[in-house]
Ligand binder design. Structure first.
Ligand SMILES: [Ca+2]
Length: 405
C-alpha cells in the first residue's frame, strides 16, 4: 500500500522494462505477454524529488472473447493514466487491442483522500462499469446502457491513507467513455484528481516529472539525475494536446542539468490533456543511463485561452460596453460588395418586376426585350472591378442609393 516514489537509478533497468510497456501514442500495440507486471521483488522505492513522484493508475485494455461476453479475455496494452476522465476511449481501445468495440478496461492502484471525510463516488460510462474500494464493490452497474451516472454510498476515508482502487468497464459498440468524480461535505463534486491516485507497487514507471508551464508553450521534464545526449530528442518526441499534435521548436537543459525545457510551436490551452511520447531511440540519457520509451500525460498548468486580439482589452467588470466595442473600431470602413444600386418599379408594373429590378454591382442586369417585363430581368455576376451596373432593359431607375457600410 505504498505510493510510488522515484526509485534509485540502480533499478532503472527494471524500470525501463516496465516503462516500455506503456502504450505508445499511435498504433503500436503492446504484446500481452510482455505486459506482465514486473516482479514485486524488484520494487524498492525510496523518497526522492517530489517533482518526479508518480501519480495515476495502471490502465489495462482488453478485447472480449466474443461480442457480449464482457470479459477480460486478451490484454492488448497497458498505460499509466492520470485519472478517470476519458471522454473518448474508442481510440485507446483501437490502438491497444486493434478494435474499438467489444472491449473492456481495468484501472487499478490506490486512492488516497486529501483529508478525513465521507466521500461519495459518482461514475458514468459508456457502457457498463463497476468500482471496487478495498476489494468491495461500491458501485456495480454492469449494464449495457450509457451516460447513466451511478453514485456510491458515502465512504469514510482518512487523510493520507491509501486504499485499494479498481474500476472496470466494458464497451459493447459505438461510443466509449468513462468518468469518475467524488464529493464530500467539504469537497464540491469534481473529478478524482491525479494526485489522489498512485499506481500499484508492481507497476513501475520511469521517474520523470512532466508539466506544462502556465504560458502553455513550455513543457518541463524533471529527471532524478543530470540529463545528457538530448541533441536529437526533438525528433523523437510526440506531443499531443487533446488530439492536436504540438510540434516541438527546441529542447534545452535547465536547473543544474536535471530538467529539459521543451519549447512548443503553439500554446497548449488550459485544461487540455497533454500526452507525451518519447520513442526511446533519441539517445537521451539521465545519470549516464539510457532513458527508455516514455508515454505519459503531463500535468497541464497552462492558463492560456483562445481569445481574439481584443480579448485582453475587455474590462472584467464591464465586459460588454456599449458602442464602440473594441472589435468594431475601424480606421476606415469598407464596402466589401462594391457599389449598390436600388431601382423601384415603374408605375403599373407587377410587384415581381419590382423585386427583379433591384440589382447590385458587380452583378450585371440584363433584360430581354422579347420577354414580359416582369419576368425578363437576369443577373450575371462579373468581377469586383465593375463599379456600376449596366442597364440594358426597358426599366429605368427611379432612384439610386449607394451602400456605405
Ligand atoms: Ca458503447
Amino acid at each position: 500500500m505504498r505510493p510510488q516514489t522515484p526509485h534509485p537509478r540502480a533499478l532503472f533497468r527494471t524500470a525501463a522494462c516496465a516503462a516500455a510497456l506503456l502504450i505508445p501514442l499511435g498504433a503500436t500495440l503492446v504484446p500481452a505477454a510482455a505486459a506482465a507486471p514486473a516482479s514485486a521483488a524488484s520494487t524498492t522505492f525510496k523518497a526522492g524529488d517530489p517533482a518526479t513522484t508518480v501519480h495515476g493508475l495502471k490502465g489495462e485494455y482488453f478485447s472480449m472473447s466474443a461480442p457480449g461476453a464482457r470479459d477480460f479475455d486478451k490484454l492488448g496494452g497497458v498505460a499509466l493514466e492520470p485519472n478517470i476522465n476519458f471522454p473518448g476511449l474508442a481510440g485507446t481501445f483501437e490502438s491497444t487491442t486493434g478494435q474499438s468495440e467489444n472491449t473492456t478496461a481495468r484501472w487499478s492502484g490506490f486512492i488516497t483522500a486529501p483529508e478525513d471525510g465521507d466521500y461519495t463516488f459518482a461514475a458514468s460510462g459508456d457502457n457498463g462499469f463497476r468500482l471496487f474500494i478495498d476489494g468491495k464493490a461500491v458501485i456495480d452497474h454492469w449494464e449495457p446502457d450509457w451516460d447513466n451516472e451511478q453514485t456510491s454510498a458515502p465512504i469514510s476515508l482518512k487523510a493520507g491513507e491509501p486504499h485499494e482502487f479498481k474500476l472496470e468497464m466494458f464497451q459493447d459498440t459505438g461510443g466509449a467513455n468513462m468518468f469518475l468524480r467524488w464529493s464530500s461535505p467539504k469537497l464540491a463534486k469534481q473529478f478524482v484528481p491525479e494526485s489522489a491516485f498512485t499506481p500499484p507497487a508492481d507497476f513501475e514507471v520511469y521517474p520523470v516529472g512532466l508539466s506544462v508551464a502556465d504560458n502553455g508553450t513550455e513543457l518541463h521534464a524533471v529527471f532524478d539525475d543530470k540529463v545528457s545526449d538530448y541533441a536529437d530528442l526533438k525528433n523523437h518526441l510526440t506531443i499531443e494536446a487533446d488530439t492536436t499534435p504540438m510540434p516541438v521548436k527546441s529542447v534545452t537543459r535547465a536547473r543544474g542539468g536535471k530538467e529539459l525545457v521543451v519549447k512548443l510551436d503553439a500554446a497548449v490551452l488550459k485544461d487540455q490533456r497533454v500526452k507525451i511520447a518519447y520513442d526511446g531511440k533519441g539517445g537521451l540519457k539521465a545519470g549516464g543511463e539510457t532513458v527508455p520509451e516514455i508515454n505519459r500525460t503531463a500535468t497541464n498548468n497552462s492558463t492560456h485561452r483562445l481569445t481574439t486580439k481584443w480579448g485582453d482589452k475587455v474590462d472584467r467588470n464591464h465586459p460588454l460596453p456599449e458602442y464602440p466595442r473594441p472589435q468594431q473600431v475601424r480606421d476606415k470602413w469598407k464596402n466589401l460588395n462594391g457599389q449598390w444600386e436600388f431601382a423601384g418599379p415603374r408605375r403599373a408594373r407587377s410587384p415581381s418586376s419590382a423585386r427583379s429590378s433591384v440589382s447590385a454591382s458587380p452583378c450585371r442586369t440584363r433584360s430581354s426585350r422579347s420577354s414580359p417585363a416582369w419576368s425578363a430581368t437576369k443577373t450575371t455576376c462579373s468581377t469586383a472591378s465593375s463599379s456600376r451596373s449596366r442597364r440594358t432593359g426597358p426599366s429605368r431607375p427611379t432612384s439610386t442609393a449607394r451602400a456605405t457600410g
